[in-house]
Design a protein around this ligand. Structure first.
Ligand SMILES: Cc1ncc(C[n+]2csc(CCOP(=O)(O)OP(=O)(O)O)c2C)c(N)n1
Ligand SMILES: [Mg+2]
Length: 545
């Protein structure tokens, strides 16, 4: 006689079987059975303060580990709160699964408690989204969700779990447990690799643009390898500002000169201005390497004959092969690579000594000149930046190996959640989150989660009492006399953080910043260094004429 299990036990044990020992969650009636089952399955529940934060944490966890990470929320409003954050995870191609509790199957269509068309709601922001149909399928569905999250172009997958199925008892022998079979990754075909290398060799000014899959430390190392082996500048395009991402220096000037663009898992989209004029030479040609035929077909529709070659392959596998094969033949035009690297890495000399013109406020460059040596102390330091004008300065001035930004979704608000997830993954490395005063309001209560879970990190808050990115749009588009509605109060967020149990610092003078950062690190607590800054537009970098 075998034992009976609750559906909830099947869910918890299935997660454990496929290597998931940590779940980001916010409790609710529909999922308390899973909370209970997690006890015996040995799953660590990271209980957060808003469902979107749970998704952001699973997103960051997935990006940093490369493994499927899980958010678990309750049905109806809990699910609805979570869905918005999936948009960021989808655009960042994060391998993650959102499990949501759900009204009982017998309640559906009858006005059940928190009944909602959950899987329909999650569909546009996931790779796949469905509701489990029977208790026997719970294990299998979780396995399938994990497999899909990692296959092809990675991304979030959603499964809704009706509460009666979680409470149902079933014979252990009737359970189909998930398997850990690795997702199949498509290799780059030999012939395609050879063709790409010969087209690249024939080009005068080729550029490789990589997508989100290569934005982690391993991916960046791989791209450095590809660049060295092929002689082709290789950059990650991961910002909603696209070519104008301040991280990438004078890339807009470089892009105009390119005669061949290789997209390595990077979608042909708005970030590249679809490689059209005037951002690119009208004669520019393309090679697209992508794990999904849908994306190569889109490129074909967009570019027609300018698309020289489209191949289906996993970005990392393709990068490895290109580097290995290129090393055997030739390296590219050293002059073009040097020119490109100079443009990408160049920063104006004025940034070394620019200071604020407003007493009691720092220029963002002063903040990040000060922060840089703290980051350079540890090669494993993790930098998180999320949106706004202020964070663009950090992206431009702080070269790091391990970095998380909100990504091409362009949604602000995820940075504190990202910092918590980063700290859970790495107990030692310094974690800095750079964010604006508008952005901190989204999830400031996650400082309480961080304190409760003893997850120290340092937020370097740029406080200009304004949603400046939008203010700047008003100035540019409508005129300085029509800037309105984007002001905020000069709030003492450091005191909010102190009240939540963390460490707070308030800085109004550049000279006080180093000691404040030092104290924040030494506190061993989640900390907020609230720096009053001048409202400053993001840096727009161009090559000198
Ligand atoms: C979820 C979401 N809502 C709104 C926006 C639009 N948005 C982008 S940046 C920004 C202002 C951010 O203000 P703050 O964090 O203070 O940074 P600042 O620009 O002032 O440096 C806004 C409202 C967005 N990108 N994402
Ligand atoms: Mg601001």
């Amino acid at each position: 006689m075998s034992d009976t299990l609750r559906g909830a036990d099947v869910v918890a044990r299935s997660l454990r079987r496929i290597g998931c020992g940590r779940v980001f969650t916010l409790s609710g009636n529909h999922i308390m059975s899973i909370f209970d089952a997690a006890l015996d399955a040995g799953i660590d529940l990271v209980h957060v303060r808003h469902e979107a934060a749970a998704v952001h944490m699973a997103d960051a966890h997935g990006r940093l580990t490369g493994e499927v990470s899980v958010a678990l929320v309750t049905g109806g409003p809990g699910h609805a709160n979570a869905v918005g954050a999936l948009y960021t995870a989808l655009a960042a191609e994060s391998p993650m699964v959102l499990l949501s509790g759900h009204a009982a199957t017998w309640e559906l269509g009858r006005g059940g408690f928190q009944e909602l068309a959950q899987s329909d709601m999650a569909k546009p922001v996931t790779k796949a989204s469905w509701t489990t149909g029977s208790a026997e399928l719970l294990g299998q569905d979780i396995g399938e969700a994990f497999r899909l999250a990692l296959s092809g172009r990675r991304g979030p997958v959603h499964v809704s779990l009706p509460s009666d199925l979680l409470d149902a008892r079933l014979d252990e022998n009737a359970v189909t447990w998930p398997t850990t079979a690795a997702a199949k990754r498509q290799a780059l075909a030999d012939a395609d690799c050879a063709k790409i290398l010969s087209l690249v060799a024939a080009a005068k000014r080729p550029i490789i643009f990589a997508g989100p899959q290569l934005s982690n430390a391993a991916g960046r190392a791989l791209l450095t390898d590809v660049e060295a082996a092929t002689g082709v500048p290789a950059v990650i395009l991961e910002s909603p500002r696209g070519l104008a991402d301040a991280t990438l220096g004078a890339l807009p000037d470089l892009a105009k000169q390119a005669d061949l663009v290789v997209l390595l898992g990077k979608a042909l989209d708005f970030t590249l201005k679809w490689t059209g004029a005037p951002s690119f030479d009208p004669a520019v040609r393309l090679i697209v390497i992508d794990p999904e035929a849908q994306l190569t077909e889109r490129a074909r529709r967009e570019k027609g004959d300018a698309l020289l070659l489209a191949c289906i392959a996993d970005s990392a596998l393709a990068a490895e092969k290109l580097a290995a094969e290129a090393r055997k033949v030739r390296s590219g035009d050293a002059a073009w690579l040097t020119e490109a690297r100079n443009a990408l890495d160049a920063r104006p000399a004025s940034w070394r000594d620019v200071v604020s013109k407003t007493p009691g406020r720092l220029h963002p460059a002063e903040v990040f000149r000060t922060l840089r040596p703290f980051i350079e102390r540890d090669p494993d330091a993790i930098l998180i930046c999320a949106g706004g004008e202020y964070a663009q300065w950090a992206q431009s001035m702080l070269p790091v190996r391990r970095r998380l930004i909100n990504g091409v979704a362009g949604a602000i608000g995820s940075s504190l959640s990202f910092a918590l997830a980063a700290r859970l993954i790495d107990a030692k490395a310094p974690v800095f989150a750079v964010l604006g005063d508008g952005t901190i309001g989204f999830h400031i209560s996650e400082f309480e989660t961080a304190v409760r879970r003893a997850l120290p990190f340092v937020a370097i808050l740029g406080n200009d009492a304004r949603w400046n990115a939008e203010s700047e749009i008003q100035r540019r588009e409508y005129g300085a006399n029509r800037m309105h509605g984007c002001e905020l109060l000069p709030v003492r967020y450091d005191q909010v953080v102190t009240a939540l149990g963390g460490h707070g610092e308030f800085v109004e003078r550049a000279g006080d910043l180093p000691a404040a950062i030092e104290r924040a690190l030494a506190s061993g607590k989640p900390a907020c260094v609230n720096v009053t800054i001048e409202s400053t537009a993001a840096p727009g970098l161009r090559l000198p004429l």
